[in-house]
Design a protein around this ligand. Structure first.
Ligand SMILES: [Zn+2]
Length: 170
């Protein structure tokens, strides 16, 4: 197994020894400016699992935008137009001009990738962490999470025993 370095919140990194249980699951589509990626790693010697979730975005807001993130913070971080991703797209709500209609040194607020790293003791905790929505306090089986867990179910015997639980249907 290799040492994996993952990005965490606010540019911090975490490293651990492990391997991907299943290939990365992504919701990327080329007509959607925001998408999520899910990576599930297994650590050696029954030390558990690591889930690395990334929210990606190509959206930028005007510099004086009132747009907020789901948790109520100002959307995006200041960036010059010339430093934007070549596929960057203006926010539909605050409607800044397209990049080629602004001087390169104009500042906008570009959304950046958001990373969440969760350490789990076992497969049950992985299922718990992936399906729990803290906002609504309910179990939510989103499409990418179902895809990831179904793949894990095939790749790792620890997930097979969980899928036989009556409350969890994979
Ligand atoms: Zn906006």
């Amino acid at each position: 197994m290799e040492t994996v370095v993952v990005e965490g919140r606010e540019g911090r990194t975490t490293d651990f020894v492990g391997e991907l249980v299943v290939p990365v699951v992504t919701t990327y589509r080329d007509d959607k400016p925001r998408w999520a990626e899910f990576r599930l790693y297994r650590k050696p010697d029954d030390e558990g699992y690591v889930i690395w979730r990334t929210g990606n975005s190509l959206i930028y807001h005007s510099i004086d935008s009132d747009c907020e993130t789901r948790d109520g913070r100002e959307s995006g971080f200041p960036k010059r137009v010339r430093d934007l991703d070549k596929d960057a797209e203006p926010c539909l709500k605050c409607q800044p001009p397209w990049p080629d209609q602004m001087p390169g040194d104009t500042e906008v607020r570009a959304e950046e990738p958001r990373h969440t790293v969760s350490h789990c003791k076992n497969a049950a905790e992985v299922v718990d962490s992936l399906t729990w929505d803290p906002k609504t306090k309910r179990r939510v089986w989103t499409e990418p999470v179902s895809e990831l867990l179904m793949a894990a179910n095939k790749a790792d015997p620890a997930f097979q025993s969980i899928s036989q639980s009556p409350t969890i249907r994979l």
